[in-house]
Design a protein around this ligand. Structure first.
Ligand SMILES: Cc1ncc(COP(=O)(O)O)c(C=O)c1O
Ligand SMILES: [Zn+2]
Length: 434
């Protein structure tokens, strides 16, 4: 797998940003061929995926910190126009980085943080990538914002399009959680339920993207721009830690774009001198019912064999992940790993995070936290090293996952005796926090 020689360069002379900010070109992640910024997403030479490169201006911590409390404080590091903060968008980002001492103690770790992406406008990190994709789509003259989605992306696209006053079309598997379907439909765009897996939906979206010239499928034909939005998670973590990188980070993997872009963000900050260029290790988390990248990692392979997903972690149920090989590159290069966990462990981990830190995350964080546990047990994750885990979405969108595992009590009569009887029953129940 080829790795680009330079991901960022910094120019000493003052530069004028273009309509794509300081982005300078697209380059092929496979053969390195470059092409002009525009509406293409695959290399004309080898069909490899395209990636944005930049000619950054000199940036300081102070100038970033003086920016708005949204992802647009990092606008100079994204392929967006300089006036982006003034355009109608959902203004995602600047979510909390929560010091998780009670969770750390339950896991036997020294220093643990949870990046809590529920704070975004539609309660997942997908608002970040959609905001960047929307900006690029508008610049390139697209008229419709569209996507295939495992749920959270559909919420984010429908909301961002509503706010920008343009049409949205989202395609989702019909088997998604009811909460995610409702939280898309409410924005009033076009929502299409498809009988099939996410990979079937994605194939249909690719065919439609070829056919509908003015539709921007954020994660298909606008993907190089869209994926850059996930860098802002990495930028924020570094800034919130006091302008330094964590030693370890555990990230959920579906397509793999989030993990790859957090690594890119850490490298860009180091290249630009905004943080010390200290070593860090990146770990990927998957559900056993959809673990093609973890399987390739374990087998020492560079290619990812597609699987048919079967897991409660529907947001991560991508059987043929576009960025799978690059996740393998990043985790191997940094000395990390990719591992997977079963559905029961996912539910336990959702409850553990809620019971220790008051954070109710969705099934994706169940995967991330349970994998963190697994990696600690296997000695791959160092309990002494400062670690960040990503809570990428909201538990209120995946209620069924925990519905069977938490008590749903019948009401009591309004008497002290009835209350006392309830108390003794509660004491006999298994506590989730050790
Ligand atoms: C909540 C949540 N976490 C993580 C992911 C994984 O993101 P990626 O496809 O960038 O690997 C998704 C993808 O849909 C998601 O919805
Ligand atoms: Zn190429």
């Amino acid at each position: 797998m080829s790795t680009p020689a330079t991901i960022a360069s910094s120019s000493p002379a003052p530069r004028t940003p273009s309509r794509f900010g300081y982005a300078s070109a697209l380059f092929c992640r496979e053969c390195g061929q470059t092409c002009e910024l525009g509406a293409q997403h695959a290399c004309a030479e080898c069909f490899g995926p395209l990636e944005v490169s930049y000619d950054f201006p000199r940036l300081s911590r102070e100038s970033i910190a003086a920016g708005p409390p949204t992802i647009w404080r990092y606008a100079s590091l994204l392929p967006v126009p300089p006036d982006i903060a003034g355009t109608p968008n959902t203004e995602p980002g600047c979510t909390r980085l929560v010091r998780a001492d009670r969770l750390a103690s339950a896991l036997g770790m020294r220093a643990l943080w949870v990046k809590d992406e529920r704070g975004n406008p539609t309660h997942s990190f997908k608002d970040r990538v959609v905001a960047v994709a929307l900006a690029a789509a508008v610049e390139m003259g697209y008229k419709v914002l569209a996507c295939p989605s495992t749920g959270n992306l559909a919420n984010a696209v429908a909301a961002a399009a509503a706010r920008a006053g343009i049409r949205s079309v989202v395609l989702i598997p019909a088997s998604l959680e009811a909460q995610k379907i409702l939280a898309t439909a409410v924005y009033g765009g076009t929502m299409v339920l498809v009988d099939g897996s996410y990979d079937d939906v994605n194939r249909l979206a690719s065919e439609l993207a070829d056919d509908r010239e003015d539709w921007a499928f954020v994660n298909v034909n606008v993907r190089p721009y869209y994926a850059e939005g996930s860098k802002t998670i990495g930028f924020e973590i570094a800034e919130q830690l006091g302008w330094r990188l964590p030693r370890q980070i555990v990230v959920p993997v579906a397509s793999g774009a989030q993990l790859v872009k957090i690594d890119k963000a850490f490298r860009e900050f180091a290249t630009l001198g905004l943080v010390e260029d200290a070593p860090y290790r990146v770990f990927g988390a998957q559900a056993t019912g959809c673990a093609p990248v973890a399987a390739a990692f374990r087998a020492g392979q560079d290619v990812v064999q597609p699987v048919r997903p079967d897991t409660i972690a529907k947001s991560l149920a991508i059987g043929n992940p576009a960025d799978g090989p690059y996740v393998l590159d990043v985790t191997r290069r940094t000395g990390g790993a990719v591992a997977d966990v079963g559905d029961d462990e996912i539910v336990d981990a959702i409850r553990l995070l809620a019971a220790t830190e008051g954070i109710f995350g969705e099934t994706a964080v169940g995967v991330t936290l349970a994998t963190t546990r697994r990696l600690l047990e296997s000695g791959l994750l160092d309990p002494e090293a400062e670690t960040v885990i990503i809570n990428s979405g909201d538990g209120l969108k995946t209620l069924d996952a925990v519905a069977g595992s938490v008590p749903s009590d019948t009401p009591i009569r309004p008497t002290l005796e009835a209350f006392a009887a309830l108390e003794s029953l509660a004491q006999s129940r298994k506590a989730i926090v050790p």
